[in-house]
Write a protein that binds this ligand. Structure first.
Ligand SMILES: [Zn+2]
Length: 457
């Protein structure tokens, strides 16, 4: 009897401790009714919502970034903001018709609308009917809306939040939708920053000019971002298609720069919904390019470092970050060796894409070519590495030329890849701010949209 009583007492003490823990969490206001043991929970709702999609950023990428970013002069491995903001995981599988490996369009449609669709679908369900997205709902509510991405702004992820199209490939039609589709007579998106002049300034239609005629501010360089004012919409297109790799861009922290501008313009009494995308983590994964993968992660992390401060100063802002899927089957160690060493990546300040472009344009002799690559990589090459560079057929496709260099970097760091495409592994979910606890634990990618709809309604 006595043992049972002790157990019961211990249990109720743990329950009290637990509820005490919950009460001090700043985002939840829990009232514990001692008589009925019923918890009534009233959450504060966010005024602003910043949704961040890191395209292709499976768990191996955030882990890789922790080791890559670690300060070698301290004995412990330092935590990243990903570690600090991590709250749960999400499954990413698309509608049954497309199996379990999603593409960016189906996953973005799920994240934006809460509805699973087929691979390739932009804001449409399996029956090719348009679906309502959280961006639409925010606009209907009278909030301002924006997007800032490192791909072209009509690429799958931003497109799925804004447009409705049966195929992600229809870039021109998607760009048309950005201008033509209205909510209560208004354009859907107040601030649009990223790449994509090829789709907005066309021979058949100059959508940029149409936006300007409607009072939008238009800019085509980062330097002009500071000139944008918050009394009109803004369209900023900084590249023909996607932005350059972070490694090659004149602003290596362009995601932070764009996010700072977007938030400045969007702030208003009614609140805003802002989609940010680190689009090119995925492109590095498809290219099996650990060098650019870590640079794109750095671009994202620099933006998060700023966002930590922004969120602290704007505690009514909810930030949710997730990936749409993982890309490349990145693994941190390969070939049976218990070793992953990203340190040498810090000395490489050019993308492999740019290195090959330089070699093709310069048409250097093999020995000069080798000297250039040695200088770019900054680490000792093995004899096999040197032979591979000397044997490069400069008439081959740039993708296979890039591969020669990428495999050298993989050997140095002992990085592994399993596919040129996406994988079906779950992704992580990160959140901070009012409502963040709704994203805790395991969920499906559609749940992320459902939680945001709840917070908007
Ligand atoms: Zn993707």
């Amino acid at each position: 009897m006595q043992t049972r009583l002790v157990k019961l007492l211990t249990l109720s003490i743990s329950a009290l401790t637990l509820s005490a823990c919950v009460i001090v969490t700043p985002d939840i206001n829990v009232q514990h009714d001692l008589d009925t043991h019923i918890f009534t929970k009233s959450e504060s709702t966010p005024k602003n919502i910043i949704m961040i999609v890191a395209d292709g950023m499976g768990p191996a990428y955030t882990t890789a970034y922790r080791y890559y970013a670690d300060d070698p002069n301290t004995p412990e491995i330092d935590a990243t903001i990903f570690d600090q903001w991590h709250v749960g995981n999400a499954s990413t599988y698309p509608a049954t018709i497309s199996g379990v490996v999603t593409d960016s369009a189906a996953s973005a449609t799920a994240l934006a609308s809460g509805i699973k669709s087929y691979n390739g679908a932009i804001g449409m369900d399996v029956n090719k009917q348009p679906v309502t997205t959280v961006l639409h709902r925010a606009k209907v509510k009278g909030m301002k809306t924006g997007l800032a991405v490192t791909s072209q702004i009509v690429h799958a992820t931003p497109a799925a939040y804004v447009a409705h199209n049966e195929s992600r490939q229809n870039y021109n039609a998607i760009a048309d939708s950005f201008f033509d589709d209205r909510i209560n007579g208004e354009h859907k998106v107040d601030v649009m920053l990223g790449g994509g002049t090829d789709y907005f300034i066309r021979d058949d239609r100059d959508i940029r000019q149409l936006f300007v005629d409607q009072g939008y501010q238009y800019i085509d360089s980062y330097a002009q971002l500071s000139s944008l004012t918050n009394d009109a919409g803004a369209l900023g297109l900084f590249a023909p298609v996607g932005l350059p790799w972070a490694l090659d861009d004149i602003d290596p922290s362009r995601l932070r720069t764009m996010a700072q501008t977007a938030t400045r313009i969007l702030e208003n009494n009614q609140g805003y919904f802002l989609l940010l995308e680190a689009s090119q983590v995925d492109w590095a994964g498809h290219g099996r390019d650990i060098n650019s993968a870590m640079a794109e992660m750095q671009d994202l992390h620099l933006m998060l470092e700023w966002l930590v401060e922004y969120q602290a100063q704007h505690p009514d802002t909810l930030v949710v970050l997730t990936a749409d899927h993982s890309t490349g089957g990145l693994t941190l160690a390969a070939n049976g060796e218990y070793r992953w060493e990203p340190a040498s990546l810090h000395a490489i300040t050019t993308s492999v894409t740019a290195m090959i472009k330089h070699l093709v344009n310069s048409a250097d002799e093999p020995t000069k070519r080798l000297a250039y690559i040695k200088a770019q990589l900054g680490f000792e090459l093995t004899q096999a590495d040197q032979d591979a560079v000397l044997a490069m057929d400069m008439n081959a496709k740039s993708r296979s030329l890039e591969d020669v260099i990428k495999r050298i970097i993989d050997r140095k760091t002992n990085t592994g890849w399993t596919t040129w495409g996406h994988t079906a592994v779950d992704v992580q979910v990160f959140a901070v701010g009012p409502g963040a606890e709704r994203f805790a634990g395991h969920q499906d990618n559609t749940d992320i949209a459902k939680r945001i709809f709840e917070l908007l309604d």
